[in-house]
Ligand binder design. Sequence first.
Ligand SMILES: *[C@@H]1O[C@H](CO)[C@@H](O)[C@H](O)[C@H]1NC(C)=O
Ligand SMILES: *[C@@H]1O[C@H](CO)[C@@H](O)[C@H](O)[C@H]1NC(C)=O
Ligand SMILES: *[C@@H]1O[C@H](CO)[C@@H](O)[C@H](O)[C@H]1NC(C)=O
Ligand SMILES: *[C@@H]1O[C@H](CO)[C@@H](O)[C@H](O)[C@H]1NC(C)=O
Ligand SMILES: *[C@@H]1O[C@H](CO)[C@@H](O)[C@H](O)[C@H]1NC(C)=O
Ligand SMILES: *[C@@H]1O[C@H](CO)[C@@H](O)[C@H](O)[C@H]1NC(C)=O
Ligand SMILES: *[C@@H]1O[C@H](CO)[C@@H](O)[C@H](O)[C@H]1NC(C)=O
Ligand SMILES: *[C@@H]1O[C@H](CO)[C@@H](O)[C@H](O)[C@H]1NC(C)=O
Ligand SMILES: *[C@@H]1O[C@H](CO)[C@@H](O)[C@H](O)[C@H]1NC(C)=O
Ligand SMILES: *[C@@H]1O[C@H](CO)[C@@H](O)[C@H](O)[C@H]1NC(C)=O
Ligand SMILES: *[C@@H]1O[C@H](CO)[C@@H](O)[C@H](O)[C@H]1NC(C)=O
Ligand SMILES: *[C@@H]1O[C@H](CO)[C@@H](O)[C@H](O)[C@H]1NC(C)=O
Length: 797
Amino acid sequence: MVSPGIIADADSKSLSLLVPFLLFLLITATSVTGDSLDSDSQVLLSFKSHLESWNPTEPGMYNEWETGKQEVCQWPGITCTPEGSRVTGINLRDSTISGPLFSNFSSLTQLTFLDLSSNTIGGSIPDDLSRCHNLKHLNLSHNIIGGELSLSSGGLSNLEVLDLSVNKISGDVRSTFPTLCNSLVVANLSTNNFSGRIDDIFNECRYLKHVDLRYNRFSGEIWAGFRRLVQFSVSGNRLSRNISASMFRGNCNLQVLDLSGNEFVGEFPGQVSNCQNLNVLDLWGNKFTGNIPGEIGSISSLRGLHLGNNMFSRDIPETLLNLSNLVYLDLSRNNFGGELQEIFGRFTQVKYLVLYGNSYVGGIYSSNILTLPNLSRLDLSYNNFSGRLPPQVSQSLTFLILAFNNFSGDIPYEYGNMRGLQGLDLSSNRLTGSIPASFGKLRSLLWLMLANNSLSGEIPREIGNCSSLLWLNVANNQLSGRFHPELTNMGSNPTPTFEVNRRKRDYIVAGSGECLVMKRWIPAEFPPFIFGLESLAKRSCRSLWEHVRKGKCIFPVCPPGSVVGPLDISGYLQLSGNKLSGEVPASISQMKKLSMLHLGFNEFEGKLPVEIGELPLVFLNLTRNKFSGQIPQEIGNIYNLQNLDLSYNNFSGNFPTSLNELNEMSKFNISYNPLIYGVIPSRGQLATFGKESFLGNPLLQFPSFFIQSGNNNNTSSGEGDNNGREEEEDDEAAIDMLAFCWSTVLFYVVALIGILVLVYLDCPWCRPWLGLVDAFMASLKRMLFSNRYSSVIKEKT
Ligand SMILES: *[C@@H]1O[C@H](CO)[C@@H](O)[C@H](O)[C@H]1NC(C)=O
Ligand SMILES: *[C@@H]1O[C@H](CO)[C@@H](O)[C@H](O)[C@H]1NC(C)=O
Ligand SMILES: *[C@@H]1O[C@H](CO)[C@@H](O)[C@H](O)[C@H]1NC(C)=O
Ligand SMILES: *[C@@H]1O[C@H](CO)[C@@H](O)[C@H](O)[C@H]1NC(C)=O
Ligand SMILES: *[C@@H]1O[C@H](CO)[C@@H](O)[C@H](O)[C@H]1NC(C)=O
Ligand SMILES: *[C@@H]1O[C@H](CO)[C@@H](O)[C@H](O)[C@H]1NC(C)=O
Ligand SMILES: *[C@@H]1O[C@H](CO)[C@@H](O)[C@H](O)[C@H]1NC(C)=O
Ligand SMILES: *[C@@H]1O[C@H](CO)[C@@H](O)[C@H](O)[C@H]1NC(C)=O
Ligand SMILES: *[C@@H]1O[C@H](CO)[C@@H](O)[C@H](O)[C@H]1NC(C)=O
Ligand SMILES: *[C@@H]1O[C@H](CO)[C@@H](O)[C@H](O)[C@H]1NC(C)=O
Ligand SMILES: *[C@@H]1O[C@H](CO)[C@@H](O)[C@H](O)[C@H]1NC(C)=O
Ligand SMILES: *[C@@H]1O[C@H](CO)[C@@H](O)[C@H](O)[C@H]1NC(C)=O
């Protein structure tokens, strides 16, 4: 239907113009169902009810879409033409949408902008979308869309921005490209499951500028036309063959070229210097051989040069010294061998120099590398450097990483003068002598990693002055002496350091060093750090690194005594495997950010201070010490505690049943404290642990089901003291628990089979049920994303 408004408008014009105009309108109006604001609002309302049917419980901002209440053009997330006559844009980013994509967008004939990103939309992309002829901007990123991509029917000829990143779409993209290419400027297909060849797909995309194909399974040769683009990123695919010189011939506009993590071979052509606007050249993780092309030295705009994890030859061209804007130089893992190339001592401009894993031998005296004036991060880990550590170091260093080498001798006193130092990693060397007291001057130090050396003497009291030091690992040395109360001041105020890091706008690109460093610094095998194991892929290491440095929360920790609490930083203190002795000071309760305390394999003695119950610990390991006296009841207040190891000590007295309150506990060991007596409760958390948690404690009494099921081989004759009634009760408890377990398992099995059947049938009447499943998945995802994993996973590019 033709709306009266248009006729009235047209009335003022001459009739001769009006007639053909009306004819035109009539023709289009009959071929397209709706062509007015009215029909647009009808479509939006059916879109709304589609959304509601798939997520009845938690509507997003579309909940406010209602006729009569407001003009359509005022509805949240809706934009219209300037005169308010048609709907042109829908933005429901992050609006708790689940279920499949609505399949009648094509009825909004003036739609140019559609952003449904950051939801949990599933299913596959419907054909209907290909009929949105006016669409210019389509963003479906960060959903769980699957299936294959086919936006083929040629209807999207106006599309300029296509962002499908972070979904699960698979298969070949060649049914979509080049048909979609007419107007395309941005194509982001990163982090999906696309496969197949890309060698010719963008040939006809004349306006294309940004192509991001990272983290898919594309294979075969690279698309040879990439030099026309501004950005071309194909990191993390299976592309192979050579990069040929001809690919750089002609006009090159590239600013970012990221070929990392593929299987390219051969020499890298020096003709890349034709790309004089290049900011980032990332060749990391391929099989490039031969010389590093000297021509790269003429690309004066270059800020990041990532050549690590290849097989380039040892000669570093002098021309690279000319790159005055170079900030990041990564030449790690090229197995250069021999002594450190002298030339690295002349890169006075670089801030990040990453040279780990090159099988270097000899010392680092011969190079000025440690005194480079602008150096901020130096990573020489995983080499075979030997000899003493040079005392002269650059004052500008914030991260000095020399772990996994063969350095010996003392740690130079002068290292305490690096005012801005935030991380020092000397772990896994052969260092001797004591920890310099001068380290107490390092007020910005966040990490101090000295584990796996032969350091001796006391941990100096001055370390307590390191007010930012949240993560201290001195495990496996020969440190002796007491745990001085002054030490508990460490990490008392890291905020100034975090604030410095928050203000700084660093050069951001995912380098290669971060993962190795984070994996060493974050003890991922222990809670609360366990999450890290999966998410520490290269692409997330960078953001994890940034988060930790800026003091943003990455691990959930609640203060003792409350079940939910503010998320906070999780510090650790790893002193295990030394000869530390004496008592643990009661002032340890000051360490309010400590979530992991490992004192195992030392000679600590005396009572464990009851104040330990005030710490937000997730991990407490006291194994193999000489602690004695009562186990503090107060440990039962540490509701976050997941690992508790008190084994091989001399604890005595009544077993604290308060430990049964620790519902999060997944590892527990109290073995070989032979003087402990008392009764292990038959219900609750403690009953979930097997006999290996209680070995060598002859005076402990166990629940009878525990004994009868052969769980415990080590019980005292005291078991006979249990009166029969109690035993019966315990039996019932055991049977109850068994019954409960089986019924739960059965429920889940049945539910799972049901879901599988529904998915398999894919029939219309099952949709509502699938909706429930989707809603469940959505709420699960939201819970995960908004809570403990949020900061890490959200930025997983
Ligand atoms: C799409 O919306 C139009 C206008 O509201 C309606 O006439 C048509 O039936 C809808 N088509 C489908 C497949 O739902
Ligand atoms: C698409 O949406 C995501 C997430 O909401 C956003 O980060 C991204 O910048 C958008 N893409 C484009 C090209 O605007
Ligand atoms: C990606 O697709 C392949 C088949 O093409 C399939 O085997 C694999 O499971 C998919 N991976 C994911 C993460 O969906
Ligand atoms: C391509 O790489 C192979 C394997 O390294 C090499 O033998 C060949 O010479 C290269 N070809 C070109 C044209 O660079
Ligand atoms: C560095 O640049 C200068 C001037 O741009 C040039 O004269 C010199 O030859 C270059 N040095 C090298 C080693 O390329
Ligand atoms: C070091 O950095 C400063 C500013 O960050 C810059 O002005 C200076 O030129 C740099 N020095 C060298 C040798 O590049
Ligand atoms: C260091 O040298 C030893 C002996 O030559 C060798 O076994 C080891 O792999 C080397 N380590 C590294 C990181 O290069
Ligand atoms: C480590 O250094 C010592 C001397 O300090 C030397 O004897 C030994 O061979 C070195 N080990 C390796 C693997 O280089
Ligand atoms: C210390 O050595 C152990 C065993 O080799 C290793 O697992 C651990 O990661 C090392 N710790 C550090 C901080 O390097
Ligand atoms: C306590 O530390 C020791 C030594 O690191 C380890 O073997 C043990 O598994 C730890 N206990 C728990 C419960 O994690
Ligand atoms: C009980 O202990 C004995 C001797 O210590 C051992 O031979 C037997 O295997 C143990 N039984 C169980 C069930 O652990
Ligand atoms: C593509 O999407 C990813 C994830 O949303 C984002 O990190 C990346 O910057 C985007 N690439 C471009 C070229 O916009």
